[in-house]
Structures are given as structure tokens and as C-alpha cells.
Design a protein around this ligand. Structure first.
Ligand SMILES: *[C@@H]1O[C@H](CO)[C@@H](O)[C@H](O)[C@H]1NC(C)=O
Ligand SMILES: *[C@@H]1O[C@H](CO)[C@@H](O)[C@H](O)[C@H]1NC(C)=O
Ligand SMILES: *[C@@H]1O[C@H](CO)[C@@H](O)[C@H](O)[C@H]1NC(C)=O
Ligand SMILES: *[C@@H]1O[C@H](CO)[C@@H](O)[C@H](O)[C@H]1NC(C)=O
Length: 210
């Protein structure tokens, strides 16, 4: 994982995580533990915030379950699941300045691109616009497997809404589909409890593997 000028990432756990994935295939003894780790996200085992999931209800073409990673040291957790809430693409998409579609964003969830300013600045800007939570997608639209641990920007500020990281490929596909259907928003449920969800009800998007 490469550090980016405009935001701050932490990659210390990447090699550990990769080794962990390899172990999944070679170790029988720890298979059950690994199984739990996969369900809860590796972070649970490593003592970092665990990955969560959301599902898109509408449009039908995006009816999949998406994995996102909460910011590691800013923002707040989701207490309750937000049901049938709008997911609205911020304009401008980097979310570093006051959005021009503030009215549409209010009381919905903002989809924001990585880059241009810190992750934390994006979260603060969204909170000011009355947004309920932010989903920040990687600006590398080919990224279909590298989750970034978003950390604060050393400005001693914080953000009082949840902020999560989404793969660039997922963000790209969501925006592309909304554009195709002339939609200004998707309808989502976030987070959803995957722990006891039967396998056949989990619908990872066909373009990613997790
Ligand atoms: C921001 O607030 C959250 C929730 O209160 C807390 O866990 C986190 O440590 C705070 N982060 C910073 C950088 O102060
Ligand atoms: C969750 O509850 C805490 C404590 O009551 C609160 O500070 C936080 O803002 C809540 N989070 C959301 C997303 O409402
Ligand atoms: C979306 O809007 C454009 C013009 O704004 C139109 O040409 C196109 O047919 C519309 N697509 C759908 C799926 O409604
Ligand atoms: C998921 O659902 C199960 C069973 O209803 C519950 O025990 C568990 O605490 C839930 N997990 C979360 C993260 O809400």
C-alpha cells in the first residue's frame, strides 16, 4: 500500500493480514479461528476496528452486499442500523469543500472520493452539511482488494458521524450504475449484521472477492 500526499494511511497490518490469509489455507488447527476472523473482519483478532457491511436495496442492479472499513481513530461508530437511507454522491466528489448538493445530502449518507484533503476533513465537511455518515471510496477505481485504515490528520480535530472506507472498484461501479439509471441516490441499509446471515443471503458484488 502506498502513502498518499493528501491523506494518511496506516499499512502496518497489511503484511500480517496477508500472512493471515495464507495461513487460512495451510492451517487446519486454526481453521475455526480464521473462520471467525473472516466473519468479523481480521481487525477483531488484531484488536483494531472490525469491518462492517452495508447492502444496497435500490436500484435493483446494485442489489449487493458491500464491505467497508471504519476509520480507525476518528468518527463515531454506528449505534443502530440505518435502514432505507439515501446514499448520495457528493458534489464536488472529493468532498473537501462545501457541497453544492447540500440539500440532497442532508439526512442521507455521502459517497465521497478519496484525495484532495485528509479523510478527516471530508468527514468534518460532511457533518457540517447534516450528513448522517460518510462512505469514502478509493480514487483508484481498479482497487478491488486493498482496504485502507483511515486515520486522523494530526490536527487534533474529530468528527461526530461514522466514516468508512470503500474499495475504489465498488465506488466506481455504484456511481456508474446511478448515472446509467439517472438516479441521484441509492437506497441502503448500513450496517447489516452478517454474522448470522445465511450464506445464500450474502451477496458480494461479482467484481470483488472477500
Ligand atoms: C474521536 O472520537 C471517537 C469517539 O468518541 C474516539 O474514539 C476517537 O479516539 C476520537 N479521535 C480523536 C483523534 O480524538
Ligand atoms: C452513538 O452513541 C454515542 C453515545 O451516545 C454518540 O456519541 C454517537 O454520536 C452515536 N452515533 C451515531 C452515529 O449516532
Ligand atoms: C437519462 O437522461 C438522459 C438525458 O438527461 C437521457 O438521454 C437518457 O435516456 C436517460 N436514461 C434513462 C435510463 O432514463
Ligand atoms: C448479530 O446478530 C446476532 C444474533 O441476532 C447478535 O447476537 C449479534 O450481537 C449481532 N451482531 C452485531 C454486530 O450486531
Amino acid at each position: 500500500m502506498i502513502s498518499c500526499r493528501n491523506d494518511i494511511i496506516r499499512n502496518t497490518n497489511l503484511q500480517l493480514r496477508n500472512a493471515y490469509i495464507r495461513n487460512f489455507f495451510i492451517s487446519n488447527i486454526f481453521l475455526y479461528i480464521n473462520f471467525l476472523a473472516v466473519i468479523h473482519g481480521f481487525e477483531d483478532v488484531k484488536g483494531i476496528k472490525e469491518d462492517i457491511y452495508f447492502e444496497i436495496v435500490e436500484p435493483e442492479t446494485l442489489h449487493y452486499t458491500f464491505k467497508v472499513r471504519p476509520a480507525q481513530d476518528f468518527g463515531v461508530p454506528f449505534n443502530d442500523s440505518l435502514q432505507n437511507v439515501g446514499l448520495v454522491v457528493a458534489e464536488p466528489s472529493h468532498g473537501c469543500s462545501a457541497p453544492i448538493n447540500k440539500l440532497e445530502l442532508r439526512n442521507n449518507i455521502a459517497l465521497i472520493d478519496r484525495g484532495g484533503c485528509s479523510f478527516l476533513s471530508k468527514c468534518i465537511q460532511a457533518e457540517r452539511s447534516g450528513v448522517l455518515a460518510v462512505i469514502i471510496c478509493d480514487n483508484d477505481i481498479s482497487n478491488d482488494d486493498q482496504y485502507i485504515d483511515m486515520i486522523d490528520d494530526s490536527t487534533k480535530r474529530n468528527c461526530s458521524i461514522p466514516a468508512v472506507f470503500l474499495l475504489g472498484k465498488d465506488g466506481y461501479m455504484i456511481k456508474k450504475s446511478l448515472k446509467t439509471h439517472n438516479l441521484t441516490r441509492a437506497i441502503i441499509n448500513i450496517p447489516i449484521n452478517m454474522t448470522y446471515m445465511p450464506q445464500q443471503k450474502q451477496k458480494p458484488p461479482p467484481w470483488v472477492l472477500w
